[in-house]
Design a protein around this ligand. Structure first.
Ligand code: TZP
Ligand code: MG
Length: 206
């Protein structure tokens, strides 16, 4: 593997944080983040390209890795570190052909069956969620829960595993205990704009 999965995997959201992706990246880096996903569900591809370009420029200067959500084209054009794909995005094998062997490819799954299928794909990590109820994702899949997270860990051996969805300071330890290598977090990290750096530090100290 050409990267180390961080224990806390921050994901940006311009709507929730009310600030740009580059501003979120700056605050996350200030808090110690070295691996960040840019997630943009509302802006046009053109706008996302522009904001990802600024975020990537800053991240490059600080030796921080940037993963682009959904958009293989934008990841390729900006030479981002990788892409995070969902069940309906380009298949990981197609993305791998486009982005090459060095790109980090993550893949979202929502149940044990999808997770077991995913470990045969050319991906670097798999994500499973929503573990808890989340208000961040539109039309989220059914809540997976800690028990099924445990089962996913068992069924996928030591495959790099990211848990996502409704993770906060209270439940983070349970998520690691159930077998997640990493916790991907949006709202409890970035929705209080003034506390993004502080929150990252707090989460990564647990
Ligand atoms: N995929 C499953 S849940 C989710 C995504 C993108 C949203 C996670 O956001 P939050 O605010 O940490 O629940
Ligand atoms: Mg997607």
């Amino acid at each position: 593997m050409n990267f180390e999965l961080p224990k806390i995997y921050p994901i940006t959201d311009a709507l929730l944080s009310k600030i740009s992706h580059v501003e979120q990246v700056e605050k996350l880096i200030k808090g110690g983040a070295s691996f960040i996903q840019l997630r943009e569900k509302y802006a046009s591809p053109q706008e996302f390209y522009k904001s990802a370009e600024s975020a990537l420029k800053l991240a490059r200067a600080r030796d921080v890795k940037i993963i682009i959500n959904d958009r293989v084209d934008i990841a390729l054009a900006l030479k981002a570190d990788g892409v995070h794909l969902g069940q309906d995005d380009l298949l990981p094998a197609e993305a791998r052909k486009i982005l090459g062997g060095k790109a980090i490819i993550g893949f979202s799954t929502h149940n044990i069956e999808q997770a077991v299928t995913a470990i045969r794909f050319p991906i670097d990590y798999l994500a499973i969620g929503p573990i808890f109820t989340t208000g961040t994702k539109e039309n989220p899949d059914a809540v997976v829960g800690l028990e099924d997270l445990r089962k996913v860990r068992e069924a996928t051996g030591n495959f790099p595993l990211v848990a996502i969805g409704g993770i906060n300071l209270e439940n983070l330890r349970e998520v690691y205990k159930a077998g997640a290598d990493s916790a991907a977090i949006i709202s409890s990290l970035i929705s209080d704009t003034g506390k993004i750096s502080e929150n990252y530090k707090l989460f990564s100290s647990l």
